[in-house]
Design a protein around this ligand. Structure first.
Ligand SMILES: [Zn+2]
Length: 679
């Protein structure tokens, strides 16, 4: 997923740079490396396709992971009907008809969301829960240990349990809240928020028959196949639970659909919804970049693991900004003016390429530890530096190849990423591998102290590592092979229906060795497990460029500052500050921290003047000709403090500088694979 909290911008947004959170949901049956689970078949039955050599392994995994009632056939289709007519009033009503039998029954509310890699199912916003059968109410008891489990005792003679529940839609706040999914004019139906399912079977074995009633006059888009529609009521074809949760429904008053590369198969489209009519117009120029994105992804991956693909784009200031990947769609939410704001365009340029790439990397190919049988089993994030990190790298590459960022802007983004990681002093105690292992904690950690605590650095730092892999392959093969060849091998067909094919670290190493024989295990482990002070800059250095700092503006960093109103002085005095002077991060060992400045302090004065970001920026820029001291006044929990920041090096912004007489691998990596039409 991509849902990043940027310390400078001070709000959660898509997985761009630094502190982040992200992803979609779907759990297939129990899988093992090499095993494929076919997502769909017409009746929603599970179809396994796997090599003869792994049948034993898959069968064993089933025995090991199968819940207690697994010997019983799964119940018949569960009907779920969502009444969303009061979505503008921030409440959804759901009714379920669950085939059952007398005796104890446990129903689950989804807890571990695949796109989030975290146990963050929004159960606090579940309300109005009631059960009945034949018109008689049935009592329920929330499990005392597992808050996501509801225990019932089904009376004799009952074959169908009726459940009703409400889901309370919230509003975006300072923390990540997936319940912030609607406004007066639009909403995104995330099925996990309104569903319950019986314990005892893998999610893929449970068939749901979904339906939704929308507010009067609202339109909708989704990758779910529609069975019928009558007025504002829509019924979808039966679908396995994992695919249901993988298929959000976007709806709103102002909706527009933009087919991409019309006529090409499979089809792709951008589905836009916004709070106001003006915002759903996308310029032909931007649509052309999206056309190119689809073409470039096709050339890179050479496969499609979806029947068709929907970019579900929500332009709204009233929902949680995020990017969530799914097999056949992505749930992409950004501020209402993003597409007409030059800074927003730069900052969110990588959103579509990242989430789209997840259809291959994360959805089709998924680390074994993240492919659980249902939504209650814990996930293991040790390979998130591939699931998310490689996606971030490939997304960066596709962003450039599709022209969504210029080569210079892409280099500024990479330089910004490298600089931020170079100033992560927490790498001395926390390895990059640990940031992946601890993802479920770090996604929800605040931006304050990010340099020392570290964050979900397996996104940005993995960009540097995968660039290192790419340039190393090119060197090893005399520029005959690259990560493009890895993608051809790793995401290879079969095309078509969504399936999951799991992998392990060993599988990854084996595929890299197919592309270019090398000691990839050691190569990766050294970079992942390091607690050395230095960031992994080998990829930049090997690409024909080097990371430098000077007083010229970095376009990506400047866009972030302009968007947030804050200041990013990471590479100069080691400080990130909000527009009101509140310190987000102060890097231990750097001038601001050594003068006594820490996160949460509020800067109220700079060199004798009332604080403004511009004044601090100017004081840093002018420090070369100054006294060697920048004086600032802070408010620390009610106490005024003076600090003398010893600094005289002027503005320092990161850039990539070409190293002449070396191969420009980075230039090759960012170059389109497909012809660019000139208009
Ligand atoms: Zn992601």
């Amino acid at each position: 997923m991509t849902l990043v909290c940027d310390p400078v911008r001070g709000r959660s947004f898509r997985a761009r740079p630094i502190v982040a959170t992200d992803e979609p949901a779907a759990t297939r049956s129990s899988l093992r490396a090499g095993g494929n689970v076919n997502y769909r078949s017409g009746s929603g039955l599970c179809l396994f396709v796997f090599s003869i050599f792994i049948i034993v392994a898959v069968a064993f995994s089933f025995v090991a992971a199968r819940p207690a009632r697994a010997q019983n056939p799964p119940p018949g289709p569960i009907k779920i009907s969502v009444d969303a007519t009061q979505a503008p009033q921030r409440i959804l009503h759901a009714k379920l008809e669950i085939p059952t039998r007398p005796g104890p029954l446990t129903l689950y509310y989804p807890k571990w969301m695949p796109a989030d890699h975290s146990p963050d199912g929004p159960i606090p916003n579940l309300a109005g829960l009631k059960f009945s059968a034949g018109g008689k109410e049935i009592a329920w008891h929330q499990d005392l240990v597992d808050m996501y489990a509801f225990n019932l005792d089904i009376p004799d003679g009952v074959t169908t349990l009726d459940a009703s529940l409400d889901f309370l839609i919230s509003a975006p706040g300072p923390t990540i809240d997936f319940s912030a999914s609607g406004s007066a004019k639009l909403f995104i139906l995330m099925w996990n928020q309104v569903v319950l399912y019986p314990k005892g079977w893998p999610a893929h074995d449970l068939t749901f028959h979904p339906a939704v009633t929308l507010p009067q006059g609202w339109k909708f888009n989704t990758s779910l196949p529609v069975a019928s529609q009558s007025g504002n009521s829509v019924t979808f074809l039966p679908v396995p639970l994992d695919l249901l949760i993988d298929s959000p429904v976007q709806s709103g008053q102002f909706v527009r659909v933009y087919p991409l590369n019309p006529g090409a198969k499979p089809s792709h489209e951008v589905d836009v919804v916004s709070d106001d009519a003006w915002a759903i117009d996308i310029s032909p120029e931007l649509i052309e970049h999206y056309n190119r994105l689809v073409a470039e992804a096709g050339a890179l991956y050479r496969s499609h693991h979806y029947r068709d693909y929907h970019f579900l784009l929500t332009l709204s200031d009233n929902v949680l900004p995020l990017g969530q990947e799914h097999h056949e769609s992505s749930d992409d939410r950004v501020a209402e003016n993003t597409l007409v704001d030059p800074n927003g365009r730069i900052l969110e340029a990588g959103l579509f390429p990242h989430e789209f790439s997840h259809s291959w990397n994360g959805q089709y190919r998924r680390p074994e530890g993240l492919a659980t049988a249902d939504f209650q089993q814990p996930m293991k994030g040790e390979l998130l530096w591939v699931y998310e990190g490689l996606t971030e790298y490939l997304g960066t590459v596709l962003t450039a190849r599709s022209g969504l960022l210029t080569p210079q802007q892409s280099r500024d983004y990479i330089a910004y990423t490298a600089s931020t990681m170079e100033h992560r002093v927490g790498r001395r105690w926390r390895s990059l591998q640990n940031t992946a292992n601890a993802a479920q904690i770090l996604y929800f950690s605040p931006p304050e102290w990010a340099s020392y605590r570290r964050s979900v650095d397996f996104y940005p730092e993995a960009v540097l590592i995968w660039l290192d892999v790419d340039t190393t392959i090119r060197k090893l093969t005399n520029d005959q092979r690259s990560m493009d060849d890895f993608c051809h091998a790793f995401y290879a067909p079969p095309d078509g229906e969504p399936i999951i094919k799991t992998y392990t670290f060993d599988d990854l190493v084996a595929t890299l060795n197919q592309v270019a024989p090398y000691d990839w295990r050691t190569f990766l482990r050294e970079r992942l497990d390091s607690t050395a002070a230095a960031a992994p800059l080998g990829g930049i250095n090997g690409s024909g460029w080097k990371l430098v700092y000077n007083d010229a503006s970095n376009e990506y960093l400047a866009a972030g500052e302009a968007e947030s109103g804050g200041g990013d002085f990471t590479a100069s005095i080691g400080l990130r500050v909000k527009g009101d002077g509140t310190v987000v991060d102060s890097i231990p060992g750097m001038p601001a921290f050594e003068s006594g400045v820490s996160p949460f302090l509020k800067i109220v004065g700079v060199n004798g003047r009332q604080f403004a970001v511009e004044d601090l920026r100017r004081a840093i820029a002018d420090s070369k000709s100054g006294t060697g001291t920048i004086e600032i006044l802070t408010m620390n929990t009610g106490t005024l403090e003076k600090h003398e920041i010893k600094y005289q090096a002027g503005s320092r912004f990161p850039h990539l500088q070409r190293v002449e007489a070396t191969a420009d691998y980075l230039g090759e990596i960012l170059k389109p694979l497909t012809p660019v039409s000139v208009h």
